[in-house]
Structures are given as structure tokens and as C-alpha cells.
Design a protein around this ligand. Structure first.
Ligand SMILES: [Zn+2]
Length: 368
């Protein structure tokens, strides 16, 4: 309705109330405010102008009404403004009507998959799965494994030594417990190096436990290797040890054949080649039939049909003597392989560094 003060304040009030009832938004309220109490051209300003030129009778007739209308309009607009503000979403509010972001489900690392798979294979075969300290002493890492000081075998592994040897309380306590069980063994040694193989854990386990033994130790090991396609200074090893009465090379071969089939598929053959390790005698490198060409010969196996996968052998009597076992009473076998090596072969990955670069495009290709 056009602004016409001649309708009088009472009719104008009814009109205002009807218009206010339709206001839903801040913009509509703003328009209403301009129309009713704006400085110029509004209902209230029209009334004021009309009053300025009115006769005394007219002023008397609706002067008060016009002022009351102005107050009511201003109060009602302020009230509605507050009501709208109260329902308005704060700037940082969460809009619950937006579609959600699905949570990103992480993957297990491919090396964890291999570690768990190998652990599961040997758990089924009745093995204990152990970890153990990554910081070791010379004794457990070398000497007890038939590599005394000056032994040339120590040159086979380039070792990270600690600048300051450690003797944490927990280590001293374990060492004392060992000394109690087998008083002839060495007193506690300070920790001096990052273990170069998980075999150190085998020594620790045998020191604390009488035979029989059936364990796999899985975990990181450290060697001063330059980073390249197939080497990293830190990698993971899984090593197995079985000790008991009458354990033979045939048991070792059967165990590794079963592992190869479980890891690389049924029908995966294994072959043993004579080798040397200070802590086993006899020792053997173990090859699996090439998983790509099934033995026919391809680039991956350098046309041989076989791929080297691990080292193994019968536990050297000197190792048993070091842990207080009687080599005339028990025999045993041991084997060790790289977790990364298995992963490279199993998935045809050509660069070991991919496992450490945390590139999701690579990591997401592996299952959960
Ligand atoms: Zn091949």
C-alpha cells in the first residue's frame, strides 16, 4: 500500500503488524524498517510531515497516535531483529546439512603384511613369535654366535656402533636373571651396537629358557649399507630357531619347503646350496623356484629359474655351548631371511626404497 498518512495511525498500525508478520529474513526486515521508520519517505516520516502542517485539531486527533505508532514500530522491529539474530547460524558453525566426508581408512604397510603373514605361518606350525632389543651388546650379536673378537666373519657385516655404551636397568636385570640360571655365562654386558641380525634374540631366548625351543624373531636390523635399489641401512629380518632332541637337516628342509609354499603359492620348490655362516654347520643358502617363470628362466631370476631367498643351517655346537645347552644332547636348525626381500619378490617391486618413502600411491596398492 502506498504511504498515505491520511488513513490515520490506527489503520497504519494494523497495516504494519500485517507486514511484520510476513517478515522472514534480515533483508525483509531491513526493507520493512526503511519503509516504516526511514528518515525520508517512510510511514513515520510521512506522519511527522503531515503533523507539521496540521491544524491544532488534527494534531490533537492523531499526534499522540503517530508517536505511539513510531515507538511501536521501532520496538517491534528491534524485537524481530533480535529474534532473527538468535536463530542465525554463527559464522563458524558446522552445517550439518552438508554431505559428510567419509573417513579415510588407513592401510597396513606392505612390510607389516609380510611380517604378519610370516608370523601367522609359523604360529600355525607351533612357533613362538618374539621381538627383542634393537640395541645389543657385542656378546649377543657376535660372540655367542661363534664370532669372537677378531673373527673374520665380523667383517661380513658392517655395524653401527654406539658412541656411548648403554646399560639400562631393565637390561641389567635380565642379564642378572641369565647369570642366576646359568652362572657360567657372561656377566651383564653394556649395549654397544644396533643389532645386525635378529639372531641376537635367539641367544637371549636360549639363555633364559631350557630346550626345546621353537621360535621366530621378527624385527628391524641395521647395517651400514648405502641406500640403493636393494639395500637400506635399516631393514627387517625374520629368523627361525628350532632346538630339541633329534632335530635334523630334513626338518629344516621340510619347514622351509612348507614356508615357501605358504608364502609364494603351492608348488613353489626350494633348493639348498652349500654356504658358510659362523653360527651354523653345515650351512646352506636356500633358493625358491622363480615365482615369475616357475623355473623356466626369465629376467627376474637371471635365466636360472631360481631366486635366493634365505640363509640357513644346523646350529653350530659353539652356539649351544655359549648358552649352556649340551650339543651332545640337542641339535637344532636356524634360518634367516629379509622381510623386504620377500616383499620385493612377492609383489614384483623393483626398488626397496619405495617401502620407506611413504608415497600413498604406492602404499595404497596393498590390501588391508
Ligand atoms: Zn624366472
Amino acid at each position: 500500500m502506498t504511504i498515505d498518512p491520511s488513513i490515520g495511525p490506527d489503520k497504519a498500525r494494523e497495516l504494519f503488524r500485517a507486514e511484520l508478520a510476513d517478515v522472514r529474513t534480515d533483508a525483509e526486515l531491513q526493507a520493512l524498517r526503511t519503509r516504516w521508520v526511514g528518515r525520508k519517505g517512510s510511514w513515520v516520516s510521512a506522519f511527522m510531515e503531515a503533523l507539521a502542517t496540521a491544524t491544532p485539531e488534527q494534531k490533537k486527533a492523531f499526534g499522540r497516535g503517530a508517536n505511539e505508532l513510531k515507538k511501536e514500530v521501532e520496538a517491534a522491529i528491534a524485537e524481530r531483529e533480535a529474534a532473527l539474530a538468535a536463530t542465525r547460524r554463527p559464522a563458524d558453525a558446522v552445517d550439518i546439512t552438508l554431505p559428510g566426508r567419509p573417513p579415510r581408512l588407513g592401510h597396513r604397510h606392505p612390510l607389516s603384511l609380510i611380517r604378519d603373514e610370516v608370523g601367522a605361518i609359523f604360529t600355525r606350525l607351533g612357533y613362538q613369535v618374539l621381538e627383542g632389543p634393537e640395541i645389543e651388546d657385542d656378546y649377543h650379536n657376535f660372540e655367542a654366535l661363534n664370532m669372537p673378537e677378531e673373527h673374520p666373519a665380523r667383517d661380513m657385516q658392517d655395524t653401527f656402533y654406539l658412541q656411548t655404551p648403554l646399560m639400562p636397568a631393565a637390561h641389567a636385570a635380565t642379564a642378572e636373571a641369565i647369570a642366576l640360571r646359568t652362572p657360567a655365562l657372561r656377566p651383564p654386558q653394556p649395549l654397544t651396537l644396533l643389532r645386525t641380525h635378529t639372531s641376537a634374540m635367539q641367544i637371549r631366548h636360549m639363555e633364559m629358557n631350557a630346550p626345546p625351543v621353537r621360535l621366530v624373531a621378527i624385527g628391524p636390523v641395521y647395517r651400514k649399507d648405502a641406500l640403493d635399489l636393494t639395500h637400506t641401512p635399516m631393514f627387517h629380518q625374520v629368523e627361525g630357531l628350532v632346538v630339541g632332541k633329534g632335530v635334523t637337516l630334513a626338518d629344516l628342509k621340510g619347514t622351509l619347503a612348507a614356508m615357501a609354499e605358504a608364502l609364494f603359492g603351492p608348488g613353489t620348490g626350494v633348493r639348498f646350496r652349500p654356504s658358510f655362516f659362523p653360527y651354523t654347520e653345515p650351512s646352506a643358502e636356500v633358493d625358491i623356484q622363480c615365482i615369475k617363470c616357475k623355473g623356466a628362466g626369465c629376467a627376474m631370476c637371471k635365466r636360472t629359474g631360481w631366486i635366493e631367498i634365505l640363509g640357513s643351517g644346523m646350529v653350530h655346537p659353539a652356539v649351544f655351548e655359549a648358552v649352556g645347552y649340551d650339543p651332545n644332547e640337542v641339535t637344532g636348525f636356524a634360518f634367516g631371511m629379509g622381510v623386504e626381500r620377500v616383499a620385493l619378490l612377492k609383489w614384483g617391486v623393483e626398488d626397496i626404497r619405495l617401502f620407506y618413502e611413504n608415497d600413498l600411491r604406492f602404499l595404497e596398492q596393498f590390501g588391508l
